[in-house]
Design a binder for this molecule. Sequence first.
Ligand SMILES: C[S@@+](CC[C@H](N)C(=O)[O-])C[C@H]1O[C@@H](n2cnc3c(N)ncnc32)[C@H](O)[C@@H]1O
Length: 232
Amino acid sequence: MAQSTHAAQVRSMFAEIAPRYDFLNHALSLNVDKRWRRFVVEKVADCLKRPGAVALDLCCGTADLSIELGSLAPTVGVDFCHPMLKFGVEKVRRRSLPIELIEGDALQVPVADSSFEVVTVAFGLRNVDGLEAGLREILRLLKPGGRAAILEFSHPHLPIFSSMFKFYFTRLLPRIGAAISGSALAYQYLPDSVQTFPDQRKLESMMRSVGFSNVEYYNLFGGVACLHLGDK
Ligand SMILES: C[S@@+](CC[C@H](N)C(=O)[O-])C[C@H]1O[C@@H](n2cnc3c(N)ncnc32)[C@H](O)[C@@H]1O
C-alpha cells in the first residue's frame, strides 16, 4: 500500500495507542461517544432497512460503530491500522453479527462504485490525507439514494462552554491521554487536528460542492462533535 508520510504517521500513531484506545475514548468522553455513535445509526436506520442494504464503515478502528451498524445490516469496516483492526476483530468475534473488517485505505477502497446504502466515518475523516478526496471516495462508494454519515469532532459554538471545553481539550486531555496511552504525540495531535479541521458550515459546503445532496448537520454536545449527513 503506497502511502504519504502523513498517512504513515497517522497509522503508526494509532498502532501505538490501539491497546488503550477504547478505554481512553470512553473515559475521556465520559461515555458520551457511545451515544454519538448510536445517534449516527439512528439517522441512517431507514437506509439500512432497505432490502439487501449493506453498510460501509470507513476508518472503523476498533469497530464500535461497525458493531452498531451490524446490528441492523451487514457491514464492512475498513481501516489501515492493523493493531486497531485486531481489537475490532476480537470484539466482532464475541458477537454474532454480519460484520467483516478489512485492512485498507479509506481513500482507495477496493470495491466497485455504488456498492453501499450507507457509508459512515466516525472520527476518521480528520485523519485522512485529503479531505476532499475522502468525500469523493464516500460519494463513489454510495449507491444512488444512499446516505453518508460523518461524525467528527468539531467547533463548539456556545461562548462560555466553548472556552471551558477548549481548556479541557487542549490542556487537560493531552496530559491524561499521554499518561494513560504512553503516547504524548497522539493526544496532542487530537486537539491540533480538530483545530485545523473545517467547522460545521465549511464541511457542509464542501460536501455540497463535491456533489452530496440534502446535506445537513447536527451539533452534538454544544458542537464538541458534529454529525454531517448527505445523500447521493
Ligand atoms: C480516531 S480513530 C476512529 C476509530 C473509530 N471509527 C471510532 O469511532 O472509534 C481513527 C481511525 O482512522 C484510521 N485511519 C486514518 N486514516 C485512514 C485511512 N486513510 N484509511 C483507513 N483508515 C484510516 C486510523 O487507523 C484509526 O483507526
